[in-house]
Design a protein around this ligand. Sequence first.
Ligand code: PFF
Ligand code: NA
Length: 453
Amino acid sequence: METRSQWGTRAGFILAAAGSAIGLGNIWRFPSVAYENGGGAFFIPYLFALLTAGIPLLIMEFTIGQKYRGSAPMAFSKMNKKAEWIGWWGALVAFVISTYYSVIIAWAISYSTFSFNLGWGEDTEGFLFNDYLQLAAPGEFGGFVPSVLIPLIIVWAVVLAILFAGVKKGIEIANRIFIPLLVVLFLFIVIYALTLPGALDGLNAFFQPDFGAIMSADVWVAAYGQIFFSLSIAFAIMIAYASYLPKKSDITNNAFIVGFGNSSFELLAGIGVFATLGFMAGQAGVGVEDVVAGGVGLAFVVFPQIINELPMLNGLVGFLFFASLVLAGFSSLISITEAYISAIIDKFKISRAKAVFFGGGLSAVISLIYATRGGLNFLDTVDYFINQFGVAFIGLVEVVVVAWFLREVKNLKEHANGISDIQLGAWWGFSLSVITPIVLGVMMVQLFVQNLL
Ligand code: PFF
Ligand code: NA
């Protein structure tokens, strides 16, 4: 008897997987990573990484989830009892990420409301740390910050309500609304950005190729790192989402759509971000290289400054920018949370309602730490460790176990080819068993050397 939840439509699955992939990583990580790693020339290692690691692993995770019809721990355990822990490891990392990813969405909600009257004032950095986050000295805890706490509670209420509603009625419907809306809002912002004076200088700086850079191993590592994080690979997410696919589903084609869709959004974000940075550099009379930023600094310090200076529609553009962060963030947070909720449901055979209440509830409670006055210090540390060691490490273990220990490549390939239009050739197995392990292995060695020596 088939009792597992299922997506209602193929588009629903594609939008949910794309929703997981398209997130803060596309908007605030990709543009600065590309700029710092060869600019226009970065697209060579980036495309290489997409085709030899990103899409092959996405196909692998989709196939594992669809074939074994289980969340990551269950799917791995059905493949081989001894491999269950890999799924739990991914689910655990997903759990940790969910606790702070939610906090950033909460900030973006606040900032979308500040946009209307440019409530962050002239000193946007001072505003973020002193007025909004009320940051305490390192190690000091001074209770909750209500301005963060309230939107954070809203974030969890929305996410848990969506997950409670289930795969078809919750996750699928949410993504069918969020993702098209996100694309429209974002297109509007990018087109607006392109009309700003100085936009072309920004784009020139962004696309200016430094071909010497691609001779450097660091740049290749950065490209693979970006692809992994950006496609939400190795976090138990894509396996869980694929486990809700019907028996007959085109896996390979879906993976290509999600992979290229995510990269297109990334490119669009790069154009929008650098057009605006070009405008800002022009206003300040400095070079684009002096204003480049990424991460929290880009979104919550630099962008508010830019929004202050826009020639028209400041409030609206600011609102749309932060609303885009909120939509992109929600669709990713839903997927990270579902990754471990589905694992709990499968393992303990409890109802979705209970898993959402206890599993999701625990994340929500832990995330409240970041809404205290000392919270930001914590967030930086946790994020650093997850990014440095979580992504590449699990990815490496996953491909090595699947390709070398369990020798599953042939099995999975036959399964995917049996139900997909595009037929996987030898390149797929080669990418999984040779290219990806080598690149990720080098990446791990490099990270350990950098961090431990
Ligand atoms: N892929 C998302 C992004 O590019 O922002 C980020 C992400 C989502 C990473 C979910 C990890 C994750 F579990
Ligand atoms: Na992404």
